[in-house]
Design a protein around this ligand. Sequence first.
Ligand code: AHR
Length: 631
Amino acid sequence: TLELDGSSTNIKIQPAMYGVFFEDINQGADGGLYAELVKNRSFEFYNPLMGWTQPKGDLHSENKNSGYANIVTDKNKSNHNYARVTINNDKNYELINEGFKGMGLHKGSKYNFSFLSEKASGNIHHIKADLIDEQGNVVGSANIALNKNGFQKYDAVITPSKTVEKGKLKLTFEGNGVLNLDMVSLFPQETWNNRPNGLRKDLVQKLYDLKPGFVRFPGGCIVEGRTLAERYQWKKTVGNIADREILINRWNTEFAHRPAPDYFQSFGLGFFEYFQLSEDLGAEPLPILSCGIACQFNTGELVPIGDIDTYVQDALDLIEFANGDQSTAWGKVRADMGHPKPFNLKYIGVGNEQWGPDYIERYKIFEKAIKSKYPNMIIISGSGPFEAGEYFDYGWDELKKLNAEIIDEHYYKTPQWFQENAKRYDNYDRKGPKVFAGEYAAQTVAIASPDNKNSWETALSEAAFMTGLERNADVVYMTSYAPLLAHAEGWQWTPDLIWFNNLSSYVTPNYYVQKLFSNNKGTDVIKISENGKAVTGDEKLYASAVVDKNSKETIIKIVNTDSKSKEININSKNLKWGKNLTKTTLSSSSLSDENNFSLENIKPKSENISVKSGSLSTTIPANSLVVLKIK
Ligand code: AHR
């Protein structure tokens, strides 16, 4: 028997409590959320023809029967390279882009094809673009006349006649001569909010359905980079898309599990788009910036304190970009990009997963600069990964002394750990900094092991843990699962919240746990107890409860990690209950069960039950999360 007491605990659930953590890992941005289908569209990868093949071309000889592409570089531009295509015989040369693990093409959907081109000599008068399937059959085409002077944009719409998972884009050239080619792009017209150059609709919809309180971006380790030169620099990700300077992805390295040599960041999804996405989702934007320390799992390169100003200025300028009016330099950049209204940024993160005295030394400088110019900006600081051991504690101690506001904690641990840590925040100092549980996920094998699964056991354990986050919402202000997205053939890290391929996507049981908490977060915590004690895993039962003062609902979350079902009685006091109970159950017959592309078996099932006022009895099935909503 559980006792539910509606008298105030004075613990408010933060509106931004349950959010999403976005990082361009696992092909999350390029080849994922960002709907561009052409890989290396502007020939900027370190090998500039990576992603492109010339099956009939001859790069090195003066082969008069074919043609070839080489690269022209202008180091003065942010978009350094373009391809120079020489055609000796227009019937014998093809330039093919392989896409990101192929290109997903949907039958009957419209695709915007475009490129920049200028004639250099001779007369190449048309470019024919063919979408081809895995066997090389043409499933859609456009033939574009090159009739403009100078480097100009050309475009056409192509509608495939067949759905293809791993299509390619083939260019053939009519006429002979030399032309320059850049920014070759193929985009589905159907994107989230149908924005040109926008985001993949099915993936954003899944984020939208979570009703996230915040979007943390752009990561993750990519914020830090493998070296400081390879850190994420937001200023290079805004403005004209063609001018955004690409960068190697930190997950394109020997440090990554399953490193991807062709993993670069085009920044088509850049900071403006992240702010816009946050706005679309009704979520607080939560940008995290480099604090002048490269990834400590890699080089850990440090910016000397004497040179840190650039980094600090980036943070100040970002706030101006997000919130400044059009009379400010960076506010104008935002307005010119089509968003005159401010984005209303409230939070900024200094450093991702950094630890030790070097971090504290740098954090202090950021804090001073940000607070003196923007006293209301809430700063998120880091304590490093939980694995950093004594450094983790050191970070907390030092940040406490500095009256830090919100500290980011990361843990990738066993399901067992998550169950045992439902009590984790019960004894945190109520007067100290608040917690951002910014990255967490239960791991079935080992941290980021390629053999990890998104099993029901991981999701159930996270649910048990999350009852502890919710009960302690006076300490825990924000939480997010990580990583968020993964391409089924292009991942570096498992487990992940949402999986996709070129055509479709599915959600994991872990996603549904996040969704059930986020969609039922309520406004105020109330007490749920057994014999006066919080329900934190004794007899394998976990519980938290909230009221929603707006919808006038009482919402109880109960997790049973036992292999036997439990009959529960709930008596309430100090609550006005109606008779309508919605019981939503998330469960599966085996702890090792998972969802996949063809079967989303583990998903919530709801039923409406009538209850008598003030108490209820119900069954909590074995290994289940049950959400009871009473109105
Ligand atoms: O979520 C994957 C990685 O885990 C993040 O990039 C990093 O912050 C953490 O180590």
